[in-house]
Design a protein around this ligand. Structure first.
Ligand SMILES: CC(C)(COP(=O)(O)OP(=O)(O)OC[C@H]1O[C@@H](n2cnc3c(N)ncnc32)[C@H](O)[C@@H]1OP(=O)(O)O)[C@@H](O)C(=O)NCCC(=O)NCCS
Length: 269
């Protein structure tokens, strides 16, 4: 992993538990997503999540008065009688990115979840975000086998580029062989690749330019259809590859473990 942010070794990851720390999360959320106020998750939700067994985990720069430079936010959920955690946000200040803080925040979620008996942490991510797909599938060992079309409706965040908010659901089965082998033993999962779904490196440029946005929209529709064909065949996104030009591709295969909490209501449309 490339360490690009000087001083990253002085960043500590720990739970947030004061109103001022939650306020800092709200401010960082605004900075990272630049949402309109109506889309911003308010302070009260951080307080509620903290009180009902969610996770608010911060990355604090100990060399700068413990300033918050990243956070992960989860709420508890229930599916078919099983409790799990839904991780709604992961944010790292731009100047601190690509130095491992995002991954450290996720690992802290797992460290907190395991002793509390949770087996599953779930979140959604934009399948056009090459970086996030790599982090989720390759570096953390999550899998994806559900696709949600325009999950949040239209978003005010420029990160979305005005496109429908399509999302893949990342399932992080924190006690699975796949995750234990990867995170605790350093063994990358092996599987037979049955299909690839690619995302061009230019997607970031295309999303952010009004002129090129139709090209991003075209990739989104093409990939949405590809996932819609693949998932009912029992395939799951189990890996991700990037080439030297920055293009990405989901690697789909069959997961050889049977972790599942059964059918999911919101994906039935
Ligand atoms: C997503 C986010 C939290 C990641 O935080 P981070 O601290 O940069 O993450 P890490 O440094 O732990 O990991 C990033 C990985 O992506 C890789 N990466 C960086 N840019 C990339 C790109 N354009 N394409 C592919 N991979 C890329 C890094 O090399 C690193 O992988 P490595 O550990 O194998 O080297 C951060 O980018 C962010 O705040 N983004 C905006 C908000 C967002 O999208 N949140 C997630 C959805 S809720």
């Amino acid at each position: 992993m490339t360490v690009t942010a000087p001083g990253v070794e002085r960043v500590v990851i720990r739970k947030c538990d004061t109103i001022d720390e939650f306020k800092a999360c709200v401010a960082l959320q605004k900075e990272v997503w630049n949402f309109d106020d109506v889309d911003l998750m308010p302070l009260r939700i951080f307080v509620v999540s903290h009180k009902i067994g969610g996770q608010i985990i911060g990355a604090f720069d100990t060399s700068a008065n413990h300033e918050l430079v990243g956070f992960a936010f989860s709420i508890p959920g229930e599916r078919n009688g099983h409790s799990y955690l839904h991780s709604h946000m992961l944010a790292v200040r731009e100047s601190w990115r690509n130095s491992g803080l995002g991954r450290r925040l996720k690992l802290a979620q797992r460290d907190d979840a395991l002793p509390r008996g949770f087996e599953l942490i779930e979140w959604t991510f934009d399948p056009l975000e090459i970086k996030n797909a790599h982090l989720n599938l390759v570096r953390l060992g999550a899998i994806a086998r559900r696709y949600s079309v325009n999950h949040y409706g239209t978003s005010s965040s420029p990160l979305q580029g005005g496109l429908p908010t399509d999302r893949l659901v990342a399932e992080w089965w924190v006690k699975s062989k796949r995750v234990i082998n990867l995170l605790d033993r350093g063994q990358a999962p092996e599987f037979k690749i049955e299909k690839k779904i690619s995302v061009p490196a230019e997607i970031y440029e295309w999303k952010s330019s009004a002129t090129d946005r139709p090209k991003a929209a075209e990739i989104q529709v093409r990939n949405r259809e590809e996932f819609a064909r693949a998932f009912p065949q029992g395939l799951a996104a189990l890996g991700y590859e990037r080439d030297t030009a920055g293009n990405g591709a989901f690697l789909l295969g069959r997961w050889d473990e049977d972790w599942s909490y059964g059918p999911v209501k919101e994906e039935v449309r």
